[in-house]
Design a binder for this molecule. Structure first.
Ligand code: SAT
Ligand code: MN
Length: 624
């Protein structure tokens, strides 16, 4: 489109004219998009506008510019080719759930577990924040696709941001560029995602390494589910700023999915192939700090079994033509927690992040490589920690921030599944739910029915284990690991899960399992080795799907029979196995009371089917 015809196009006009040497073309003819960019340019007043084409050259140029400006550090090219380190401001190190809002028209639709504000009032307030917020900076327009481009399940988003860090991370985490604008066409719909770090630069003012709004009260991560829009202000970190991820692919997607009859879930997707060559696809949801990325690319210890990864965080799930549920990973990369990533915990992640990776908030070694706690290699004698200070092993501080991250292309994972970009998705055989539960919850438990499985998912959660938290040992329920990510009322979300059984042949639905790798004995010793050994539990799950696995019917579900797990070569005592696979009736009675209390959060939005499951469990436990 000729620039002359852009309504009121001031800054856009100037930039494109400069960049394209009078070629004078904006790379789209989508009128809504052009009008929206123009509106934001007028509001935020950037010095320049750059439309991202998603090319390697653009990525390299932006990284080089960030190195020159002191925002990024280029790592040793021999040790970590194509890698960079970025360290954030100390106030901006994680998602800010208390600053995250669901601004539905009706407060009731956001439900009791989300922050809510009236959408018009919130917009008016945020307009004040965004006014002039990009002065002295470049405004980047990032056209991105969640899901394989051209797939019927993909959604197009456009993120406007003033952060180079966000642009290059989005280029790894999503499919970015001209091809997205081409797919959008003249009249295609997109989800507008507006982001600013909220740190305008006065003329001549020098930039800081990590611009953001330090005061947490002035950060806002806001979703408008009724119109499908996202506005994020003040933070440059992770899910606060890479708006394709938790904001679009979960919060906005959940509300679309509810309307359109599909599911947007906080789940990894993996495949397992048996020694006989039969392939099973599994989706699993765990609260944070339960090793989701480790499980997603785990190396099975069981001979003959192969595990491949399709995604480590989000699954979009639809009913296929054959009535089965099909899962697609909408993302294009991994944004994983770094500390604890080692050859022992996750050898495939270690290989994935060897090149073309952005590290955020880890330590820099004198040799130009990075280091973090529990990396499985000795600490360097000295380093620069994530705060930019000199660090030595005995200085009493952690070198890497506990929420430090790697951003790496999914295609680099050595065990990426050949079907990870299949536009149709992959047919799911089993759903796994879990959490960190030192007591009561058995190693593996299969639901009696879809409704019982939804009950299990709704009761998921983790016990806090950090000795320094005053609340150590407190159980935090996190249904489906979705509490921070559901864009509408959680009670309606539970009903949506229940409703899937009436949308297809219920016999075609995945079987549902609850697993717990984190059981301890009374002395605090782990009862189960975890990691690659979890393949033994996954094998039993595949056998249950096949109808061959042995199980005993108990009050809480089908538990593996004592000899049903393949434990060849593993040293687990009979007593430990009994503990892992039996029903702790007294513990479950306490569990029941806690679930009942938790369910009261949802008031009359709690689906009847789940009340029935609760009563059913109560009755069965009383018979014990
Ligand atoms: O920062 S993210 O939201 O992307 C990661 C997480 O907190 O789970
Ligand atoms: Mn996550």
């Amino acid at each position: 489109m000729k620039l002359g015809s852009i309504p009121g196009g001031g800054a856009i006009w100037n930039t494109i004219k400069k960049e394209k040497d009078n070629m004078a073309v904006i790379p789209t003819n989508n009128k809504k998009l052009i009008a929206w960019v123009d509106e934001i340019v007028k509001l935020c007043r950037p010095k320049d506008v750059h439309w991202c084409d998603g090319s390697k050259k653009e990525y390299d140029d932006l990284c080089s510019q960030a190195v020159r400006n002191g925002n990024f550090v280029k790592l040793n090219e021999k040790k970590r080719p194509g890698c960079f380190l970025v360290c954030s401001h100390a106030s901006d190190v994680a998602r800010v759930e208390d600053r995250t809002y669901i601004c539905s028209r009706k407060q009731e639709d956001a439900g009791p577990t989300n922050n809510w504000a009236d959408p018009d009032e919130m917009k008016a307030k945020l307009r004040g924040y965004f006014k002039g917020s990009m002065e002295g900076r470049t405004l980047y327009v990032i056209p991105f696709s969640m899901g394989p481009l051209g797939s019927p399940v993909a959604k197009i988003g456009i993120e406007i941001t003033d952060s180079v860090y966000v642009v290059v991370n989005m280029c790894i985490m999503t499919r970015v560029g001209q091809k997205v604008l081409d797919a959008l066409g003249e009249n295609g719909a997109f989800i507008p995602c507006l982001h600013s770090v909220g740190a305008p630069l006065k003329p001549g003012e020098k930039d800081v390494p990590w611009p953001c709004v330090p005061d947490p009260k002035n950060k806002y991560i806001v979703h408008f589910p009724d119109e499908g829009a996202i506005w994020s202000f003040g933070s440059g970190y992770g899910g606060n700023a890479l708006l394709g991820k938790k904001c679009l692919a979960l919060r906005i997607a959940t509300s679309l999915a509810k309307k359109e009859g599909w599911m947007a879930e906080h789940m990894l997707i993996l495949s397992l192939t048996s020694p006989e060559g039969k392939k099973y696809y599994i989706c699993a949801a765990f609260p944070s700090a339960c090793g989701k990325t480790n499980l997603a690319m785990m190396q099975p210890t069981l001979p003959g079994w192969t595990l491949k990864c399709l995604g480590d965080d989000i699954a979009w799930i639809r009913i296929g033509d054959d009535g089965r549920l099909y899962a697609v990973n909408p993302e294009y990369g991994f944004f994983g927690v770094v500390p604890g990533t080692s050859d022992e915990s996750n050898p495939n992640a270690v290989k994935t992040i060897q090149s073309n990776t952005i590290f955020t908030n880890v330590a820099l070694k004198p040799d130009g490589d990075v280091w973090w706690e529990d990396m499985g290699v000795p600490a360097p004698d000295k380093a620069i920690d994530w705060t930019g200070r000199e660090w030595t092993p005995d200085c009493g501080r952690k070198a890497a921030h506990p929420n430090s991250r790697f951003t790496a292309p999914a295609g680099q994972c050595p065990v990426i599944d050949p079907d990870w970009e299949n536009p149709k998705g992959v047919p799911i055989s089993a759903f796994l739910f879990g959490g960190r539960r030192p007591s009561t919850i058995p190693l593996a438990n299969e639901a009696f029915s879809w409704e019982h499985g939804v009950f299990m998912g709704s009761t998921g959660g983790s016990e806090t284990t950090f000795a320094n938290l005053s609340q150590a040992g407190v159980l935090r329920r996190d249904p489906f690991a979705m509490l921070p990510f559901c864009g509408y009322h959680m009670g309606d979300y539970l009903s949506h899960w229940i409703s899937m059984a009436s949308r297809t042949d219920r016999n075609k639905l995945p079987k549902i399992f609850f697993v717990n790798w984190f059981r301890k004995d009374t002395t605090g010793k782990w009862l189960w080795p975890g990691y690659g050994e979890n393949s033994r539990v996954l094998k039993w799950i595949c056998e249950r799907v096949e109808g061959t696995g042995k199980a005993v019917k108990t009050a809480i579900g089908y538990l593996p029979e004592k000899d049903a797990l393949d434990l060849k070569g593993l040293d687990v005592s009979r007593t430990d196995l009994d503990n892992l696979l039996s029903v702790d009736v007294e513990g479950w009675k306490r569990e029941l009371a806690d679930i009942e209390q938790f369910y009261s959060t949802f008031g009359d939005k709690l689906p009847d089917a789940l009340k029935k499951e609760l009563e059913g469990l109560k009755g069965r436990l009383e018979q014990n």
